[in-house]
Design a protein around this ligand. Structure first.
Ligand code: GDP
Length: 522
């Protein structure tokens, strides 16, 4: 069946990392494999001054919105590779987390010189919570970095996941010789930029490789590999696919070195789209009826173009241009004949898409984040979008009280859309908004002004740790400005703890009060 065959070719993943670990560089190298760009160094316009990615920038030019890096796709070894961008740096927001609900696996990049960094940890937590398979690429081996064993230990300890080194580096920085590829039983020799020589283990005793084998770094690494073979964790594809073990690859995205070895192995192990849970049970990706959910809505920041694009992950069936679907939340029928864009594909509209694909659909202001669109008689909803606990909080007021009506309407809509989270301070009318990253506040402020003609004043409360309370355990006398009691949209009480210390202090003092971490219940 065509649907089965098409969806089984999809490999949909995101790359997660801390800024500067090498996500852009790795993406560029992967795009080279897909022959999508002529030379590396062109994904980020600001670096090269030009975009070789212009093929998929048409949409952006036409609409003035940034979809460029939302998803990139190419064919590789007969597979359809979909890479979703996880916005980082100053773009870090709830959208970054939500993207992780739309992928089937994740590549985590770690900078060998730095180890695990804050943003990686946050994104990793979401992957673990959802049981997403995680593949690790330890980058920048061409520089002096930390010891490989130490890096693995750090991953195991800090991230609480078993590691299995798929390859092992011999030396680092100036003394970097290459990697032992444990998976394909070969030594991949590094000889400067873009030079990789693949030597099967069996050939290593040939005279040609005598000088390589004689080097101290080689010998040491060989000993370590033997040790790993004997005493290290066993590789288990099952454990990888349930997110309990991460295969680890060493290399350099920039050289590039070890990237092909990594990608070939990754692509052979990465899962195809799987079954997904809905309110009416599990739906298989090969199910003939189309279904999918919206994980991101991008509003146009250009006032001349008020249109918005909703990003939908196809979960089953076949999407064809012009199909009629139902919006599960309302039961209304919508015809998707206009303006669907296969985001980031080779220009133009999408004619068809299958489970694993991401499509961008024109949003005439009817969609919400988390919405399910489907074909068929039955109505069900994907319960894919958990709420992510905000980390930053601000008090929000309207500048001109005469305009409180627009203010309330605007907030209401933006909150429903999932642009920001809203809380009210306990027993007051005072609004507090929460976000994962600063960008969300900027977008909120801008859209309030431009779409609802309501100028808002934001007052920083700062970073807080939210913990939900059980409804029968709310005692307002225990909280103050420091550990602030607020109510969420569903009427549940939340304490915004000032910091880790306050949280621990409170737990010690009031062990009887249960504090719920959203991450643990999602
Ligand atoms: P991103 O912020 O994660 O997208 O990181 P970039 O891909 O922009 O890389 C950040 C910096 O690290 C850039 O200056 C890259 O040239 C550099 N970089 C990336 N990969 C490597 C690598 O393998 N080796 C070295 N030496 N530098 C790298």
């Amino acid at each position: 069946m065509a649907i089965q065959e098409e969806m089984s070719k999809r490999r949909t993943f995101a790359i997660i990392s801390h800024p500067d670990a090498g996500k852009t560089t790795l993406t560029e190298t992967l795009l080279l494999f897909g022959n999508l760009i002529r030379s590396a160094g062109t994904v980020k316009g600001k670096k090269s001054g030009k975009f070789a990615t212009s093929d998929w920038m048409e949409i952006e030019k036409q609409r003035g919105i940034s979809v460029t890096s939302s998803v990139m796709n190419f064919n590789y070894q007969g597979l359809q590779v979909n890479i979703l961008d996880t916005p980082g740096h100053e773009d870090f927001s709830e959208d970054t987390y939500r993207t992780l609900t739309a992928v089937d696996s994740v590549v985590m990049i770690i900078d060998a010189t730095k180890g695990i960094e804050a943003q990686t940890k946050k994104l990793f937590k979401v992957c673990r919570m959802r049981g997403i398979p995680i593949f690790t690429f330890i980058n920048k081996l061409d520089r002096e970095g930390r010891e490989p064993l130490e890096l693995l230990e750090e991953i195991e300890e800090v991230l609480n996941i078993e590691t299995y080194p798929m390859n092992w580096p011999a030396g680092m920085g100036k003394r970097f010789l290459g990697i032992f590829d444990r998976h394909d039983k070969q030594f991949v020799q590094f000889s400067g930029n873009e030079q990789e020589t693949f030597i099967p283990y069996d050939d290593l005793d040939r005279p040609a490789y005598e000088s390589l084998v004689a080097q101290e770094e080689y010998q040491l690494a060989q000993d370590e590999v033997s040790l790993l073979d004997e005493a290290g964790d066993q590789f288990s594809l099952d454990a990888v696919l349930t997110g309990e073990q991460t295969p680890v690859f060493f290399g350099s995205a920039l050289a590039p070195f070890g990237v092909k070895t990594f990608f070939d192995t990754f692509i052979s192990m990465a899962p195809q789209p799987g079954a997904r849970k809905t309110t009416e049970g599990v739906v298989q990706p090969g199910n003939p009826e189309f279904s999918g959910f919206i994980f991101k809505i991008q509003a146009n920041m250009n006032p001349a173009h008020r249109d918005r694009v909703a990003f939908l992950r196809v979960c089953s069936g076949k999407f064809e241009r012009g199909i009629s679907v139902k919006l599960a939340r309302t039961g209304k029928t919508i015809n998707l004949s206009q303006s669907q864009q296969f985001v980031a594909s080779s220009r133009g509209t999408v004619e068809e898409a299958y489970a694993g694909d991401i499509i961008g659909i024109y949003d005439p202001n009817v969609y919400r984040i988390g919405d399910t669109l489907l074909e068929g008689k039955e109505l069900f909803e994907y319960n894919e979008l958990p709420k992510f606990p905000p980390e930053q909080y601000k008090r929000v007021t309207v500048k001109n009280v005469m305009k409180s009506k627009q203010f309330k309407k605007g907030i209401e809509q933006l909150v429903q859309e999932g642009a920001i989270q809203l809380f009210t301070k306990y027993k007051t009318e005072s609004y507090i908004i929460g976000a994962v990253g600063e960008l969300q506040f900027d977008v909120f402020k801008y859209r309030m002004q431009n779409e609802y003609n309501s100028e808002v004043v934001l007052e920083t409360i700062g970073e807080r740790i939210p913990r939900w309370l059980k409804d029968d355990q709310v005692d307002s006398t225990l909280f103050d400005e420091r550990n602030m009691l607020v109510e969420d949209r569903e009427g549940h009480y939340v304490v915004l703890f000032k910091n880790d210390f306050s949280l621990r202090w409170f737990k010690d003092k009031h062990p009887e009060i249960e504090l719920i971490d959203l991450y643990e219940v999602n």
